[in-house]
Design a binder for this molecule. Structure first.
Ligand SMILES: Nc1nc2c(ncn2[C@@H]2O[C@H](COP(=O)(O)OP(=O)(O)OP(=O)(O)O)[C@@H](O)[C@H]2O)c(=O)[nH]1
Length: 862
């Protein structure tokens, strides 16, 4: 096509008025041209190969067309052709205006043409690009060769001039490269594709395709299900066959007791879940072991990023991951035996009665602060422990063995020097019960005090017999009978009054009655028939452990059975070791320690925890293996606390037979309320579950209460009292269910509902923070305003508050005003001071605690 022909075509068919081959076109026009350009005649293509004269002519023609197109095509490489527009002389502009009006007239006259044009325009950009490409090669070849015709050179000059001019003009639009343009075209194509209204046929076709896909997916799933079913059936058959073989040697299931049946079922389930494999196994072998289709395993392995064939071997790590997908556990061949050996190593064989020998009792001294625990122990040990302690207060658990002259000869007693009952309970909370007898020290001049009651409850919760030492009888105000009287109120009836509790009046200062006390302890131990086998590998409990700068990890161990010897390989808690040296309570080096002896040992690789159990094993290698295994298990169950009872899941636990007694630690604001609540709660006992108040006391909920609850699997009920911050933290840490109430009926109602499985809490209290009242001001017309310091969390203006005095709730309501200096504020964070008024309440005192909380709605579980 000649340039003339093209110009003519543009004019007639596209309404584009182009004066000559050098005329510029705007973007719209360029697009129209591009869409309209038709591909060159195909028949000329084969001729080109023959290099005929005609073909040469044709190529010249094409070249010409290309050249003519150049000015029109060039601007295509630019985003906008606008910069070229100002180059059109004004005369040309006028002409264009005229032609434009002519065009409009013509357009009106030829509606058919317009329609045709529209048809042309909907050609896809892809097709257009194709057409453009078909026409381009000859030009590109020329360009590659660097050949330029005179006309081309002229065109280039024009273009350069135009470019220069446009560059001097203010830039309206940024120019874009060819690549960018092509991208633009491609994205336009996509856009158009998207926007393209779907025809009815297309929609139907798509629907059909989707349906087909669904069908094939369904078919595939069905196939997979069948395969799985088949495999399961196969596996079942295999299991049955295996079981049959085993059963021939075993006692029939029906003949087992209920407990044994349950045990067997558990064992079988575990067996079915375990896949025992060698270190390396082929996919086929593994599939056989698992009773699965190897192809399925291969597919799963691919999803794990392992591309393997059916006969290819896979390592144990991969096997573990793979079997996990099937809810199973992989175990290395031989590992089970090893585990069994390790477990057997830790298992304590039952001792024959003839091997059991009497052992000294382990005694803990408990009692209220300053009633003379340390002085008594000091007297007994004949050392000055009390004087060595900072401030005269017992600092740690020490253990000491004393020899007592009794009517039956010399007897040993191991005393654990504990600061009250806290360590005792803390140890119990860790699952270690070390005490055989508790000596309760009560000062005869002071009588039963809150911690005396606590100690009684702690000992009773542990099922440890109590011997009372009525101390300070040398004091002028001492009244042992009053103490006895008070103790009867807590269930301890003295022997001389017809009860069973041994009570001995003593003076830790003068030593009066101490011998009798020791004799009583020995007697009690005898009654308890405390025995152990000393002729076996030792095991016991870690009483305390520390890291000594010079000596490394040092642990105090209480031997409970067997005899601990220097050189013994040992596992203590999570750590292994070998006993390098042992020292008794007087610091003397010893070679062995028998039952009920406490010794300090060196040689454990790290510091175990107080309450950890220790075992002597056959060799160091075994010790290390057990320790490793324990560390692994500890990591797995890290932070996972023992399952404690809570009102929420009480019913489920009762159903599962886990809870037969609902232990409650009860704290209230007055003794009267305690009695009322105790009675109402204990009346809730049923055949299935017994409600037992293991400890009740007046005052705030303390950390001790939480530890007791943790050790005794109890819940804490507070009536009109609040936990202190240490108790709150301990409850969170130990996962103890702690509930506080303001109405007795609510306590009874909630516990009752929990026992029936009807408790569905809808609201939960969320603690926000607390502030201490440091000053009070009387403001006329407002009332009492408290100057507070926020100790922790945050105090929020519109949250609920409680005013707590000595752990007892004085007020429960809303904040009337919250100010920082003179400004009203919405909240005050910890570490800041604030002024605070309570709604309709003025009895605020310095030292009171303002506790801020909100009530959150808890979603019911369906
Ligand atoms: N008169 C007299 N004073 C005693 C007797 N027993 C202890 N005391 C005194 O009571 C005070 C407290 O004794 P401790 O042995 O420290 O009491 P504690 O129970 O161990 O106290 P904590 O370690 O703080 O729990 C000391 O000043 C002792 O001297 C006694 O039998 N008679």
């Amino acid at each position: 096509m000649s340039s003339k022909e093209l110009i003519e075509k543009l004019k007639n068919e596209l309404d584009i008025q182009v004066k000559n081959a050098q005329s510029g076109l705007d973007e719209k026009q360029v697009m129209l041209v591009k869409e309209f350009i038709k591909p060159p005649e195909r028949k000329s293509a084969p001729k080109r190969k023959e290099k005929s004269v005609e073909q040469k002519k044709e190529s010249v023609k094409i070249e010409k067309v290309e050249k003519t197109e150049t000015p029109a095509e060039k601007p295509v490489f630019e985003k906008e052709v606008k910069p070229l527009k100002p180059n059109i002389p004004s005369e040309r502009k006028e002409q264009q205006e005229e032609r434009k009006s002519e065009r409009e007239v013509r357009r009106e006259r030829r509606p058919k043409d317009k329609k045709d044009k529209k048809d042309v325009r909907i050609l896809s950009p892809e097709e257009l690009a194709k057409r453009r490409r078909r026409r381009r090669p000859p030009r590109r070849r020329d360009e590659e060769r660097g050949e330029r015709s005179p006309r081309e050179r002229r065109d280039k000059k024009h273009l350069q001039r135009d470019r220069k001019r446009s560059a001097s003009m203010p830039k309206k639009e940024e120019k874009i490269t060819r690549e960018q343009l092509e991208k633009l075209v491609a994205s336009t194509k996509e856009q158009r594709e998207k926007e393209k209204p779907k025809t009815e046929e297309a929609i139907i076709a798509e629907k059909k395709r989707e349906e087909k896909e669904r069908e094939s997916e369904k078919h595939f799933m069905e196939l997979m299900r069948k395969i799985e079913e088949k495999n399961r059936a196969k596996a079942k058959k295999r299991k049955k066959k295996k079981k049959k073989e085993e059963k021939s040697e075993e006692i029939p299931f029906e003949q087992l007791s209920e407990e044994e049946q349950l045990q067997r079922l558990i064992e079988e389930e575990e067996k079915a879940k375990t896949v025992i494999v060698p270190e390396v196994i082929s996919v086929r072998e593994l599939a056989e072991k698992m009773g699965e289709d190897p192809n399925k395993l291969i597919a799963d392995l691919i999803s794990l990023g392992k591309f393997v064939t059916i006969n290819q071997a896979i390592d144990f790590e991969t096997v573990s991951k793979l079997v996990e997908k099937y809810g199973k556990v992989a175990k290395l061949e031989g590992a089970e035996e090893e585990e069994a050996i390790l477990e057997a190593e830790l298992e304590e064989a039952e001792d024959k009665p003839e091997n059991l020998k009497p052992r000294p009792p382990v005694v803990t001294i408990m009692g209220h602060v300053d009633h003379g625990k340390t002085t008594l122990l000091d007297y007994i040990r004949n050392t000055k422990v009390a004087e060595r302690e900072a401030g005269g207060i017992t600092q740690h658990i020490g253990a000491s063995i004393v020899e007592v002259d009794t009517s039956e000869g010399k007897k040993k007693i191991t005393f654990l020097d504990t600061p009250g009952h806290e360590a005792f309970t803390a140890m119990r909370a860790r699952g270690a019960q070390v005490t055989d007898i508790a000596v309760l020290v009560v000062a005869a001049d002071d009588g039963v005090m809150p911690q005396t009651i606590e100690a009684i409850n702690h000992a009773q919760a542990a099922g440890v017999p109590i011997i009372v030492a009525i101390n300070k009888i040398d004091k002028p105000g001492a009244n042992p009978d009053r103490v006895k009287q008070e103790l009867t109120q807590h269930g301890l009836i003295p022997e001389d009054w017809g009860g069973t509790t041994i009570m001995v009046p003593v003076s830790a200062k003068t030593g009066e009655g101490v011998d009798e006390l020791l004799e009583m302890i020995s007697l009690q131990a005898e009654l308890m028939e405390l025995k152990a086998n000393p002729d076996k590998k030792a095991r016991g409990v870690v009483l305390e452990a520390k890291l000594d700068k010079q000596r490394g990890p040092v642990a105090t161990l209480l031997v409970q059975s067997g005899t601990l010897k220097v050189g013994d390989p040992i596992v203590a808690g999570l750590y292994a070791g070998k006993i390098r040296a042992m020292f008794d309570d007087k610091g003397r080096s010893v070679k062995e320690a028998g039952p009920s002896m406490a010794v300090e040992v060196l040689g454990i690789e790290d510091v175990p925890l107080a309450g950890d159990k220790f075992y002597v094993v056959k060799d160091e290698k075994t010790a290390r293996k057990i320790a490793e295994k324990r560390q692994e298990l500890a990591r797995e169950s890290a932070l996972e606390k023992e399952k404690r009872v809570s009102l929420e899941d009480l019913f489920a636990q009762i159903q599962e037979g886990e809870v037969k007694e609902l232990n409650i630690v009860l704290k209230a604001d007055a003794q009267g309320s305690i009695e009322a609540i105790r009675k109402s709660l204990e009346e809730l006992s049923t055949d299935e579950v017994k409600v037992k108040i293991i400890h009740a006391g007046v005052g705030p909920i303390t950390e001790n209460d939480v530890m007791l609850a943790a050790a005794s699997n109890a819940i804490i009920v507070g009536f009109n009292v609040r936990p202190d911050s240490a108790a709150r933290k301990a409850a969170e840490r130990e996962k103890v269910d702690m509930r506080t109430y303001r109405v007795i009926y609510d306590i009874v109602d909630e516990v009752k509902k929990a026992m029936q499985g009807l408790l569905q809490p809808e609201e939960k209290e969320v603690y926000l923070g607390s502030a201490e009242v440091r000053a009070t001001f009387k403001v006329p017309k407002v009332g009492t305003v408290a100057g507070c310091y926020v100790k922790d969390g945050v105090i929020r203006r519109n949250a609920n508050v409680r005013l707590v005095r000595d752990g007892v709730i004085i007020y429960d309501g809303k904040i009337a005003s919250l100010k920082r200096f003179k400004d009203d504020v919405r909240e005050v964070q910890a570490g800041y001071e604030c002024g605070l008024g309570l709604e309709n309440f003025n009895d605020i005192k310095v030292g009171d605690v303002v506790e801020c909380y909100t009530i959150e709605t808890v979603e019911r579980e369906l």
